[in-house]
Design a protein around this ligand. Structure first.
Ligand SMILES: Cc1ncc(COP(=O)(O)O)c(C=O)c1O
Length: 194
């Protein structure tokens, strides 16, 4: 199944692990072994690093979480990803797509909700996120919120349609409760996001 849904027509293998950290550990070992190079670096300012202080032939891999989860489900521009990948390719550096939260088979049907005070300015509404999450929890649905204002909705893969419908109703009711001013400020001291 995992090899089937992984894009690309090439030989694929799966290594099962216990956690995201475990996957990263495995990736570091594999990348070093495969390239014979030692360094694993982040994508941030990658081009500048290559130009000024980091010899390409020392870099085994560049790692990036394409849809940045904890930062609030930030989707990068395609052009940016393409350029990053091309620089890696040109320098024989592996590109690691380090997806634990969203990008791997979870876009589309699974979603985050960005709560903003104003759709034009996109000012984050952390109070709304905290209150809605708390009310959902009181009614039986566990959500969390990232980057202050993004509700992360991540149902278990085994969820039934009935449970899914019920959960969506609860989220909807909680948003309505928030809009009606029915959730007290006291919950702000308790509801903690990520
Ligand atoms: C992108 C990413 N990588 C790695 C991890 C670490 O995963 P774990 O806590 O399962 O070790 C996380 C955790 O959320 C993550 O979001």
């Amino acid at each position: 199944m995992l090899t089937k849904i992984t894009p690309g027509d090439f030989k694929k293998r799966v290594a099962f692990g216990l956690s995201g950290s475990d996957a990263n550990d495995g990736m570091i070992k594999l990348a070093r072994c495969y390239t014979g190079r030692s360094k694993i670096i982040s994508f941030i300012q990658f081009e500048i690093a290559l130009k000024y202080y980091m010899p390409a032939e020392e870099i085994a891999a560049v790692i990036m979480e394409p849809i940045a989860g904890d930062a609030g489900l930030v989707v990068p521009p395609q052009r940016y990803m393409k350029r990053l990948y091309e620089i890696c390719k040109a320098n024989d550096i592996l590109f690691v797509s380090e997806e634990v939260q969203q990008g791997f088979g979870r876009t589309g049907k699974w979603f985050g909700i960005d709560l903003v005070k104003d759709r034009d300015t996109n000012e984050r509404d952390g109070v709304a996120a905290a209150k809605i999450c708390y009310r959902c929890w009181e009614k039986g649905v566990i959500l969390t919120f990232f980057a202050n204002n993004v509700l992360r909705v991540q149902p278990p893969l085994v969820i039934t349609k009935d449970d899914m419908d019920r959960a969506i109703d609860i989220i909807d009711e909680s948003i309505q409760d928030y809009l009606s001013g029915d959730i007290s400020d006291e919950v702000l001291g308790i509801a903690k996001g990520w």
